[in-house]
Design a protein around this ligand. Structure first.
Ligand code: NAD
Ligand code: DAU
Length: 367
């Protein structure tokens, strides 16, 4: 039995990972640590509350004293660090918090793990660690910068982050690497492409566009809409991280991607078409008959500063060395995702109104 610390487990990918791990590894205990920022939503995990192998702790990964006490309380075997400020547009407006959480928070976690896992020193003076421990950093393909029309990111592509967000994630990766090199800590890093799926916060492209089509609001496409992202279903990202935890080698980086490059405008057009058809079917509890859904909702707006043109992940290493494969095609995953949003309008409304932020007080003040 492992005790696994999942940080940022109330967010989009973290909540999917908590659910995935409770299902795939019922022998393990999962401690979800989350600061519940605007992006953290315990409603995402309502279905696992009460599971005896699941515990929630509220706190900040950058708070060293709190993190030290948490490691002493649970004596974690594995740390999977999802906690981060994750939105590129917000990083352009307010970079400081990205440095605090994404960079300093990562160092605080590494330091706490090092101290609690150390068993002594080897003959060369390097720390030795308890068997079976692992620190895993959830990183992003954005650390590699932007691609032109051809080529793909491999694990050896030089880091060239362009936004404050990606610079903070690249900095965190470098600190993780340094703990691996200098202190011989068993660390791994995975770099994933754009995720999509249920519980995605509606500031990001796919949920924002679905939500705006339903509300018949304009669809803001940045620049010419020809930027390319490489989409992966969130559940496939989770199984990829699990593969790295089980079979990945300490000190290694693994790219995770599903070979699904799409231009933003293609995604927007697909959402317009699919949501429109579904609304016309009248099968969803939504006050919109689909008759006004069309491409005239698209508005081309000012481009994002420093907007990366194209991302594409070469996943050869994880598929050949660890035997991981994505299970979703984009075509099935996006339809399932659209359906999830149409059937979960209450979740969307709660997130958009900010009501979900009272959930912790309601649920946990009694405990
Ligand atoms: P998200 O914004 O949905 O969730 C982030 C979570 O971290 C939230 O629950 C938030 O409350 C929590 N958090 C923020 N600051 C914290 C702090 N100081 N202490 C504790 N918790 C804190 O993000 P996401 O899209 O789920 O991304 C999760 C991770 O995956 C991030 O590290 C991100 O960089 C990485 N990633 C995301 C994608 C993607 O497409 N979304 C792709 C590749 C990598
Ligand atoms: O590649 C992985 C990264 O993917 C993660 O590391 C980030 O955490 C995650 O947010 C995501 O970053 P992007 O910037 O690619 O995602 P976003 O959904 O913000 O934007 C996707 C593309 O759509 C991007 O080219 C910008 C464009 N866009 C986005 C929004 C919100 C629009 O054209 N209009 C919009 O309103």
């Amino acid at each position: 039995m492992r005790t696994i610390l999942v940080t940022g487990g109330a967010g989009f990918i973290g909540s999917s990972f908590v659910r995935y791990m409770l299902g795939a590894h019922p022998e393990d205990k999962i401690v979800n640590l989350d600061a519940l920022t605007y992006a953290g939503n315990l409603e995402n995990l309502r279905d696992v509350e009460g599971n005896p192998n699941y515990v929630f702790e509220k706190g900040d990964i950058a708070d060293a004293a709190f993190i030290k006490s948490l490691f002493e309380k649970y004596n974690f075997d594995v740390v999977v660090n999802f906690a981060a400020e994750s939105h590129v547009d917000r990083s352009i407006e307010e970079p400081e918090i990205f440095i605090k959480t994404n960079v300093m928070g990562t160092q605080v976690l590494l330091d706490a793990a090092k101290k609690i896992w150390m068993t002594g020193k080897d003959e060369f003076g390097y720390p030795t660690y308890r068997d079976g421990v692992r620190y895993h950093q959830v990183s992003t393909d954005e650390v590699y910068g932007a691609l032109g029309k051809t080529g793909m990111f491999t694990e050896t592509t030089p880091l060239a982050p362009n936004s404050p967000y990606s610079a903070s994630k690249a900095s965190a990766d470098m600190i993780v690497r340094a703990y691996g090199q200098t202190f011989k800590m068993p660390v791994t890093i995975s770099r994933c492409s754009n995720n999509y799926g249920p519980y995605h916060f509606p500031e990001k492209l796919i949920p924002l566009m679905i939500s705006n089509v339903v509300a018949l609001k304009s669809l803001p496409v940045y620049g010419d809409g020809m930027q390319i992202r490489d989409w992966l279903h969130v559940k496939d990202h989770c199984s990829g991280i699990d593969a790295v935890l089980q079979k990945g080698k300490a000190g290694e980086v693994y790219n995770i991607g599903g070979n699904n490059e799409k231009a933003n405008i293609e995604i927007v057009n697909l959402i317009i078409e699919n949501v429109g058809e579904k609304l016309k079917s009248g099968k969803y509890p939504i006050d919109n008959d689909g008759s006004k859904v069309g491409k005239d909702l698209i508005t081309y707006v000012e481009d994002r500063l420093g907007h990366d043109r194209r991302y594409a992940i070469d996943n050869t290493k994880i598929t050949t060395e660890l035997g991981w494969e994505p299970s979703y095609t984009f075509e099935e995953g996006i339809v399932e995702t659209i359906e999830w949003y149409l059937n979960n309008q209450d979740w969307l409304k709660q997130v958009q109104s900010g009501d979900y932020q009272d959930y912790y007080e309601r649920m946990y003040s009694k405990k």
